[in-house]
Design a protein around this ligand. Structure first.
Ligand code: GAL
Length: 663
């Protein structure tokens, strides 16, 4: 049944501010305090009940919602809206005890224990039935509760256990394969099972890719990864459909980990949620970790198709699960939060409201630290709540990016299977390097799926496109022909959707548009550098590029590909297609050449300052974030929304500060 749901936002008005609220960890006497303090901080939305299954259903089929009724009513009386969770990321101990098969099995055949969270097999009929039952109960009871403005299904699908290798999963995998392939012969063909004598004569012979003697068939593994993402998605859909039925008009989401979760194909998932929401945690020990934050926010906005999205979780200060959990410095919480807002988030939500005293996350920061309200973090939280109210009019404005970066989860999976030419040629480092260079040049980007509409971008960059479908190649060719500028990175266009090498070798169906062939891949030794004709260096990878109809822009001076082209440019239709066959360090000179050809120039801004432009309601907004420890000056005219000061021409942003100018 098609259910019309209204997408976020309806309530709260202005930016949503708050976080995961776990009142069940505290005596009821604390709850009234919580609500008073939330009001003081400007909190208007909390995520409730995420890990409370066993409290809602203490024994099979016995439900206790009394405590949740009271919390919801208290929050509602306090004017705080609720994003109510289905608790299915935390199956109760009684369930895994009664139905041990709900526990997932690792690739090595170990059935995981309990005592943690997210220990479930998505293909387990018992898990699915129990998840549907608790979702029905919640939907029936709270579907029309006036506090509930959003449903939060599960928590971070794919987070802890992205794949299960049990017998139920194997059976579900076989069903998924039957639906994908038109018969066993087609599967044998697609998987190339004549190699190593793996041909299947019966569907029952096909297994999940458990640990084996050596490298397991790569197409089997790639299909298994597709299956795992789809299987989790089926779990989400089942809960979402129940909520749509029982709680019409209330949007349903699930929190993504867009830039960090390799195992969920979020392009497919983004179509299934009513509003995209995302969790992001800093790589806390990295000095410029705000660049990865910007990448995550841009990727999330792109998944949302440019529409507003929700920052569902981040941290006020340190997390507790990295090797060194570096605390945020004063002002960092504000810079981080407003960077997400500048890049499209309609909310600033945290894990979590009140720091836990017990359990695995007691050393994780919170809005209300163990030290209570006489703490720096609390004061910053209260100040941020006030800032968001000052910025309310920013909601509804949008970010326009002239450059698109291609990001494809399935290509990522395929690239990093066993027995590839070099372990160093991974997906994220390619994306991070190119994105980081654009960030430093103050160029705003969207991310796109390779088959997405590219028409609104002047420049399309594909740092890593190992797996390339014919449809994606046609898309790139059409964009170039119509006047676009495209740059493709090394080891792209290598295989098709079945991980079979394109006939004639890379770049496969991009050969005509790029005007080159790649005759041989030449991975470099660890630490080896090669020199290029513009006096820069490159590492990790080189290629023998031949059959040129493209012009050579840079070539290798030394190394295994000495004399061969490193960067080529091919006029194609009204546009041009560039190919880069190595990993220059830095890559900035190459990127500037390419986007410079499309008429883009790096903005003249101080280093370490992040500037994002937004448009909406007849206004232009400029958000400037000074990540440095010195004041900087930038040009702007209009009213600064956080201080109320008018700016004409150059104005100063103090060290570590954020300014938002409306013009
Ligand atoms: C997230 C998770 C939260 C909390 C947080 C800590 O991945 O969704 O429940 O564990 O990490 O950083």
């Amino acid at each position: 049944m098609e259910v019309a749901v209204s997408r976020w936002p309806q309530r709260p008005a202005g930016f949503a501010y708050g976080g995961d609220y776990n009142p069940e960890q505290w005596p009821q006497s604390v709850w009234a305090d919580d609500i008073a303090l939330m009001r003081e901080a400007g909190v208007n939305l909390v995520n409730l009940g995420i890990f409370s299954w066993v409290l809602m259903e203490p024994a099979p089929g016995e439900f206790d919602f009394g405590w949740l009724d009271r919390v919801l009513d208290l929050l509602h009386e306090g004017g705080i809206a609720v994003d109510l969770a289905t608790p299915t990321a935390a199956p109760p101990a009684w369930l895994s005890h009664r139905e041990p098969t709900i526990r997932p099995v690792t690739r090595d055949g170990v059935r995981l224990g309990g005592g943690a969270r997210a220990s479930f097999c998505p293909s387990s009929p018992a898990y699915r039935a129990a998840a549907a039952r608790i979702t029905e109960e919640l939907g029936a009871r709270y579907g029309n509760h006036p506090a509930v403005v959003l449903w939060h299904v599960h928590n971070e699908y794919g987070g802890h256990v992205p794949a299960c290798y049990c017998d139920n999963s194997a059976k579900a995998f076989r069903d998924w394969l039957r639906a994908r392939y038109d018969g066993l012969a087609a599967l044998n063909d697609a998987w190339g099972t004549t190699f190593w004598g793996q041909r299947y004569g019966d569907w029952a012979e096909i297994d999940v890719p458990r640990r084996s003697s050596t490298a397991v068939n790569p197409t089997q593994q790639l299909d298994f990864l597709r299956f795992c993402s789809d299987e989790l998605l089926a779990c989400f859909r089942a809960e979402r459909d129940i909520l749509h039925r029982l709680s019409p008009g209330v949007p349903v989401t699930t929190n993504f980990m867009a830039s960090t979760c390799k195992y969920v194909d979020y392009w497919a998932w983004a179509r299934e949620v009513d509003v995209v929401s995302n969790d992001h945690y800093l790589r806390s020990a990295e000095p410029e970790n705000y660049i990865d934050l910007a990448l995550a926010a841009d990727l999330t906005r792109s998944l949302a198709g440019g529409a507003a999205w929700l920052l569902m979780e981040h941290s006020t200060s340190a997390v507790n699960w990295q090797p060194r959990n570096i605390a945020k410095r004063p002002g960092e919480l504000r810079r981080n939060s407003l960077a997400h807002v500048a890049r499209g988030s309609d909310s600033v939500l945290f894990f979590q409201w009140r720091a836990s005293r017990q359990g695995a996350e007691k050393f994780h920061s919170a809005m209300l630290p163990h030290g209570g309200t006489a703490t720096r973090i609390w004061h910053e939280v209260v100040d941020l709540g006030a800032d968001l109210q000052r910025l309310a009019e920013l909601r509804g404005s949008t970010v326009l990016a002239p450059v698109a970066l291609m990001w494809d989860w399935q290509s990522w999976w395929a690239l990093e299977l066993e027995w590839r030419p070099s372990v160093e040629l991974d997906f994220r480092s390619a994306l991070d390097t190119w994105y980081g260079s654009l960030w430093r040049d103050h160029v705003t980007v969207d991310f796109v799926h390779p088959e997405a509409d590219l028409s609104r971008y002047r420049v399309v960059l594909a740092p890593s496109l190992y797996l390339l479908t014919d449809a994606a190649a046609r898309n790139v060719a059409q964009h170039t022909r119509e006047g676009g500028t495209v740059l493709v990175g090394p080891f792209s266009g290598v295989v098709d959707a079945t991980d079979a090498v394109h006939r004639g070798g890379p770049p496969g169906p991009l050969r005509d548009v790029l005007g080159i062939s790649v005759e041989e891949a030449l991975p470099l030794r660890a630490g080896e550098q090669v020199h290029l004709s513009d006096s820069t260096t490159a590492n990790c990878w080189a290629e023998v590029v031949t059959n040129l109809t493209a012009e050579v822009v840079l070539s290798y001076l030394d190394g295994p590909a000495a004399g061969c082209p490193a960067l080529t440019r091919h006029r194609y239709g009204a546009g041009s297609a560039w190919y880069l066959s190595t990993r220059p360090d830095p890559v900035s000179a190459v990127l500037r050449l390419v986007y410079g050809e499309a008429g883009l120039v790096p903005a003249d801004l101080p280093d370490g300052v992040e500037v994002i432009h937004r448009t909406g309601g007849g206004h232009e907004y400029l958000v400037a974030i000074n990540h440095t420890d010195k004041p900087v000056e930038i040009a702007a005219n209009g009213e600064e929304l956080l201080t109320g000061v008018a700016c004409h021409g150059l104005f100063s942003i103090p060290a570590g500060e954020v300014r938002v100018v409306r013009s």
